[in-house]
Ligand binder design. Structure first.
Ligand code: FA5
Length: 336
């Protein structure tokens, strides 16, 4: 074979490779020209037929052709990868990334904090695992009180008297121990009770306790504070009733009810036909509690209250079953 003929074959091969339009054609040309039985190795076998004085140049041209063909194919392949497969299409609409929302229970907790802050209360917190002292003894709970039993409370360890707090009143005691009066605090937080669950009760729920202790604090101020709170939360038309009750830590004591949101007060299964839903307990701080923490009960008086945040949430958003709040069903949560 003559050198001129080889040069012509070389130009044709390189031209054909350059014209490869798709990845499949590039691969087909690689096999056609560079594989073991491909056209370029085939040309190497023709060296035998070349005149002796041209053999050297023939070999040089062939080696260069093999190199060029190899580089060309590799470059074409990588340019195809960049332009076809990894290409970013800027005209495509963006993907919707779902954004989380604030849980209705926490919305309510923050609203409660906001309302009481405006009335001059500050927020106090404390541990969820408590000793019997802070849950029962300091709160004037008699030895016989059913809440002390494991059937009512969830003990971490009965022997060491450690239990999950059943109310956040323990935070009130801890606060009064640390500082001198006056106190004006709310204590929102999780509490735990050994309860059977139903539409209005769960074993873990959120409490918001409040405490106001100063000179000459009266029951009228307690009523006024809670009434103002409920009116800001539910609107001016809200009706609240105070029912006499017994709590060991307050005297006198009352339970606070608000008109049932489901039946509007007519009576239904949710409110057990009473027309009212119980939202909390309250009363004037028992003098023994003040003495337990070294506060002069002759000089200071105070009121305390405890509200269930789930019940407040149910009333605000018309939720019929408290368990919906904890089931994390997106169809429920997305409504808020
Ligand atoms: C108490 O826990 C008293 N510590 C409240 C109190 C504080 C009275 C300060 C006086 C002075 P009670 O057990 O009733 O009270 O609970 C208060 C509120 O928590 C109830 O009115 C109700 O709204 C809510 N609650 C009680 N038990 C549950 C439960 N299992 N699931 C959901 N909410 C509950």
């Amino acid at each position: 074979m003559k050198i001129d003929k080889l040069k012509q074959i070389r130009d044709n091969i390189l031209e054909e490779i350059k014209n490869s339009q798709t990845l499949e054609i590039i691969e087909a040309n690689r096999i056609k020209f560079l594989s073991k039985k491909g056209e370029i190795p085939e040309l190497f076998s023709k060296i035998r037929e070349v005149a002796n004085e041209e053999k050297k140049e023939f070999g040089k041209i062939l080696n260069k052709l093999r190199e060029e063909a190899y580089d060309l194919i590799n470059n074409l392949k990588s340019s195809f990868n960049n332009t076809e497969e990894d290409k970013i299409d800027l005209s495509l609409p963006g993907r919707n990334i779902p954004v989380g929302k604030y849980h209705p229970l926490y919305k309510m907790r923050d609203e409660i904090k906001q309302i009481f802050r405006q009335m001059g209360f500050s927020v106090a917190t404390g541990p969820e695992i408590e000793t019997e002292y802070y849950i029962f003894d300091a709160l004037n709970m008699p030895e016989w009180h059913p809440a002390r039993k494991i059937t009512d409370s969830l003990y971490v360890d009965k022997d060491s008297q450690l239990l999950l707090r059943t109310e956040t009143s323990s935070v009130q005691i801890r606060t009064m121990e640390k500082t001198d009066p006056p106190y004006r605090i709310i204590c929102p937080g999780r509490v735990y009770r050994n309860e059977k669950e139903n539409a209005t009760h769960t074993a873990m729920f959120m409490h918001c306790e409040g405490l106001y202790v100063d000179e000459n604090v009266s029951f009228a101020e307690l009523k006024g504070t809670l009434l103002a709170f409920f009116k800001v939360l539910y609107g001016n038309e809200t009706k609240v009733r105070f029912r006499p009750h017994y709590f060991p830590f307050t005297e006198p004591s009352a339970e606070v009810d608000v008109t049932c949101f489901k039946c509007g007060g007519k009576g239904c299964s949710l409110c057990k036909n009473s027309g009212w839903i119980e939202l909390g307990g309250c009363g004037m701080v028992h003098p023994k509690l003040l003495e337990n923490v070294g506060v002069d009960s002759e000089k200071y008086t105070g009121f305390a209250f405890g509200l269930g945040i789930e019940r407040l949430t149910m009333l605000k958003y018309g939720i019929n079953d408290i368990r919906d709040i904890y089931e994390n069903d997106l169809r429920f949560l997305e409504q808020f």
